[in-house]
Ligand binder design. Sequence first.
Ligand code: MG
Length: 376
Amino acid sequence: MADGSFLAPYAVRVENSRGRRHSEPKHPYRNDFQRDRDRVIHSRAFRRLEAKTQVFTRRYSDHFRNRLTHTIEVAQIARTVAAQLGLNVDLVEALALVHDIGHPPFGHAGEKALDSAMRRHGLFFDHNLHALRIVEDFEHRYAAFRGLNLTFEVREGIIKHSHDYDAEEYPELAEYLLRSRPPLEAQLIDITDEIAYASADLDDGYEARLLTLEQIREGLPVFAGFLREAEEHHPDAAEKLQFNEALRRLLDRWVGDLIHNTQQQIKAAGVTSVQGVRECATRIAGLTPEIEQERRQTKQFLYQNLYFSAALEPEKDDAERIIAELFDLWTKQPEKLPLSYQEKAEQEPLARVICDYIAGMTDNYIYEQYGKHFAG
Ligand code: MG
C-alpha cells in the first residue's frame, strides 16, 4: 500500500521542475505542483466545465456526468494509480484536473463541428492546443503576467498526455521535448481518462435507459460474468444495485491491471529515472493486451449503442447546426463579436478568434448566443 508520500526514482520531483515562465517566490506551505493544481481549480475555464456536456446534456438528468464531474473522476482514479506506483500525486492531480479544460461546448460533437468550421478556413481545432492557450493566455488572474504561469511539467502534460505531436509539424511546441515520451505522470492521464469515461458512460447509459442490461450482457462478456457473480451474491438486490456491483468490479479490474502492468513495464524497460522514461521508444503506462482488448471492446460497444444511438442524434444535430451557423455569422459580421474579440482579430486570423470564443462557451451560453442572433 502506498499513500502517495513515497516517490519512486522514476517519479517527477517538484524540486527538479524546469519551472515557470515568470519566476515567482516560493509559497510557504504549498509546492509548485500543488499550486498549479490549485490554479487550475480556481480558473474560470475549470468552472465552466460544469456546464459543458460530456455525453448527456441536462435534458436527461442533473446527476449524469458533465465535463467537470468526469474530470473529478479522472483525478480520483489517477491519484489512486499514481500513489500505488510511487509517482508524483500532486502533478498527476494537476494534470487530471486540467486535461479536459480545452473542450468546447456540446461534447465530442461540438469538437467535431468546431474543427469542421475551422477547416473551411484552412485551420483546425485541437482541444489540447486550445487548453494550452487557455492556461498560457486566456486566463487573467495575475497583474504581472497573462495566463496561469504553470510549471513546465504541467504545460508539457497538457500537450502530451494523450498523443505525441510531430516535432516537424509543430515547431511552435519545440520547448515541450516532442521527440521524447512524457513522464509517467502524464502518460497515466490518457488511460485513466479512457477507463473513467468507459465505466461512467455504461453507468449513465444504463440509467438513461439507452442501454439495457441484456444489451450490455450480450456485448460485454466480462461485464456479464461480474453481473452473474453479483446476482449470485445479492439475489434479492435491485437490478441497478447488481449493475453497480458488476460495474465497480470492472473498474477495479481495469485499474488494478493498469497499476500492475505499468509496474511490470517499468521493470521490463529497466527505467530508473524520469530521463529513462523520456528516452523509451514507446509509452510505458498502460493495460495488459488482454485488458486493453476488453477496454477497446467496451469503447466500441459504447460507440455502437450509445454515442451513435438515435436518442442522442438531436443533440448532435444541434451542436453541428449551432456551431456552424454562429461561426458563419461572426465570419461575415465580425462587428457582432464582443469588442474584446474584435480587437483580438486585429492580431490573429478572424477564424481563430471566433474559434477561441466558441470553444470557451458553455452549452448554456452558446444556446443563449444562438437565441440572441437567430431568434424566431
Ligand atoms: Mg476526458
